[in-house]
Design a protein around this ligand. Sequence first.
Ligand code: SF4
Length: 507
Amino acid sequence: MKLISLNKTYPQDWIRQITHIANLFFEDSKVAKKEQEVDLKVHFTSQVDEDYTVHATCELQEQASGATFYTTFDQPYETLGTDHEQNIRLKRAVSYVLLEALEQLTDMHQKWGILTGIRPTKLYHKFRKQGYTKEAIREKLVTEFRLSHEKIDLLERIVAVQLKTIPDLDTIGDEVSIYIGIPFCPTKCAYCTFPAYAIQSNRKQGRVNTFLDGLHIELERMGQWLTENDMKITSIYWGGGTPTSIEADEMDALYETMYKHFPHPETIREVTVEAGRPDTITSEKLAVLRKWGIDRISVNPQSYTDETLKAIGRHHSVQETIDKFWLAREEGMNNINMDLIIGLPNEGLEEFEHSLAESEKMMPESLTVHTLSFKRASEMTHNRDKYQVADRKTAEAMMHRAHEWTDEHDYAPYYLYRQKNILGNLENVGYSKPGEESIYNIVIMEEVQTIIGLGCGASSKFVDAQTGRITQHHNPKEPAAYILTYEEAIEKKIEILNELYGKKVQK
Ligand code: SF4
């Protein structure tokens, strides 16, 4: 943790951005209130010239060593821009000079430059839609955002695959996608902050049944609205929790309700069911998935080292993952995703190589490589000292191996997102065999259409296709709260949908 003083009072949005940049180098950095003893003193200047060039300078002094670093930034623009645009440009310039100064101080290089947001590809698409050429986008990302060419190469590859997978990506806002959250799991993983409540105890307390009753009603009501408004569904994603933690007959009943009430089932491009925990997969449940033509499932090893699985609280073995993968194959599932996580406790390059070697035996249609992130509410973050995780260099080497291995085995990156407190300031990347990309993962990451969330912990994002404005609604995470509020939530979501799409439900 570093305490930083600034030469003057800056607006709150600038302070937030300055803190984000400092956090790329030091955990939990803070901008000091007046007269505190600080670790770093920062003096910025920033201005816009008459020819619209934006200038910024930074003088960074480390108090302990007395070392001082100076950096400068100049970026010409063609127009003066609105006040809002000027503020963004100046804030970006200040971020840039601070990043360079901190890189000099720490000798750390941030390949994502000043980008601290979750979706770098969304920024790329924004410039693309504004008419910038590929070369002009690269230039902007280097000179204004200080991105490395390595990361820009990755963005370019991802965007190209996305546009091939969804050629109508820029107009897909006419349709919606659906997320359905089942908030139960056999046990809770140590890094998890998803709604994932122990299925057994919740079943004993009757919460599984009451939750399912509510979800059937949500599916029905939302299907009714979509039908009455003649909306097409692009993709459906069953997540959670683990949607296969409920019984086969309960899954069957839910899919029946979904297909009975959702409009135009023949034009839905993809339905995914997360079967992340191998200990929930059975032949019976796979038969239900097959019966309803579920296109894609996810069986998630996370690691192929038993000690790691034990350490993170996933009460299943490596062998069970492998067995369940082959069972799913035998039962006809021909689009299987597998997740791996870089940086799990006590894992280094050797364990990750082992995970890749095991993956090679199965060759799932897609492989999603996550980097461990320390989410505030997770058990792992609360007891961080208990867990030994890879250092920045090792995490980077593991991610590099993931890029190499996927290239060697004909997978291409097709979506990417970043998280707060992510190990090594890295990223999560979904790789896929050609033609097996998840449409849902693309539309949710790029925020190109409305996603209606049903069930526990489901976030709805209502995207205004004209303005890009996003309105959010969050269903409660806990089954007990969901049971009490789902009817209200349905009404609220329908109200927002009516406002956005301008049609009224005929009752
Ligand atoms: S299986 Fe997934 S949702 Fe369930 S506890 Fe583990 S990380 Fe969370």
